[in-house]
Design a protein around this ligand. Structure first.
Ligand SMILES: C[S@@+](CC[C@H](N)C(=O)[O-])C[C@H]1O[C@@H](n2cnc3c(N)ncnc32)[C@H](O)[C@@H]1O
Length: 218
């Protein structure tokens, strides 16, 4: 999802494996590997030294985007954090509202929070992908600021553009989310609010239709 030739900033880099991959494979000329804690940055330093790419990767202690200047990268990555934290970090960096910049995220949980942020703040999700690793399902998406208001169905924050991804992993990912929402719906019906139950009913019905379509496409 990183655009060829663009410098990246990887927020929450830990071992800096992704920045190392990007520069070693000629995708990014340079990268900023950022983390809020010193321990992960020490891990990152070891990776950078191991590959001898000290001239291409800058290590930076930073809480989210706080210590990054807007001109330092074009593509900004956050992987392996929860969607709730991601939306907090992106919302503090107003300068990401720039059509020339791309945000790439792989939310570990609550992907709906970062999608909601994108939808409500004029960012368009360009595409999404899904994969399995170690038996776990993951999704990732790329977004850019357009400033346009996005009219999306109520289930969009849970599905994003995964329905357009033709891989079986995308369908499996959505089936998992759907099953989780059904459980929430049952709990709301038993001892929650009528309003929440109505909302979840609508979301899960929409998702059922989407998943059925994905089944018939495959
Ligand atoms: C689970 S690791 C993910 C590492 C790597 N991005 C990956 O996907 O394999 C999450 C990393 O995010 C860092 N992190 C958590 N909150 C952060 C914040 N507010 N700003 C920057 N980094 C943060 C943690 O220190 C940790 O190294």
């Amino acid at each position: 999802m990183v655009r060829m030739g663009n410098t990246v900033a990887d927020i929450g880099t830990d071992h800096a494996y992704l920045p190392a991959y990007l520069v070693l494979n000629g995708i990014s000329p340079k990268a900023l590997a950022c983390d809020v804690r010193k321990g992960p940055l020490d891990n990152a330093k070891k990776t950078v030294e191991h590959y001898g790419i000290e001239d291409k990767i800058t290590l930076r202690l930073s809480d989210g985007f706080d210590e990054i200047e807007p001109f330092e990268a074009q593509d900004f990555i956050m992987c392996g954090m929860g969607g709730t934290l991601m939306q907090e970090l992106v919302s503090r960096a107003y300068w990401l509202k720039d059509p020339a910049k791309r945000i790439i995220v792989q939310p570990q949980s609550h992907a709906e929070d970062i999608r909601r942020f994108f939808v409500e703040n004029g960012f368009e999700i360009l595409f999404e992908d899904a994969c399995t690793d170690g038996g776990k399902l993951y999704c990732a998406m790329a977004a850019e600021y357009t400033g346009n208001e996005i009219k999306a169905p109520v289930s969009y924050i849970y599905t994003g553009r995964l329905p357009e991804c033709k891989k079986p992993e995308a369908r499996l990912y959505l089936e998992n989310i759907h099953a989780r929402l059904i459980k929430k719906l049952e709990a709301e019906k038993l001892h929650g609010s009528e309003e929440n139950a109505e909302y979840l009913e609508k979301v899960t019905l929409e998702m059922e239709e989407i998943i059925n379509e994905m089944h018939s496409d495959s």
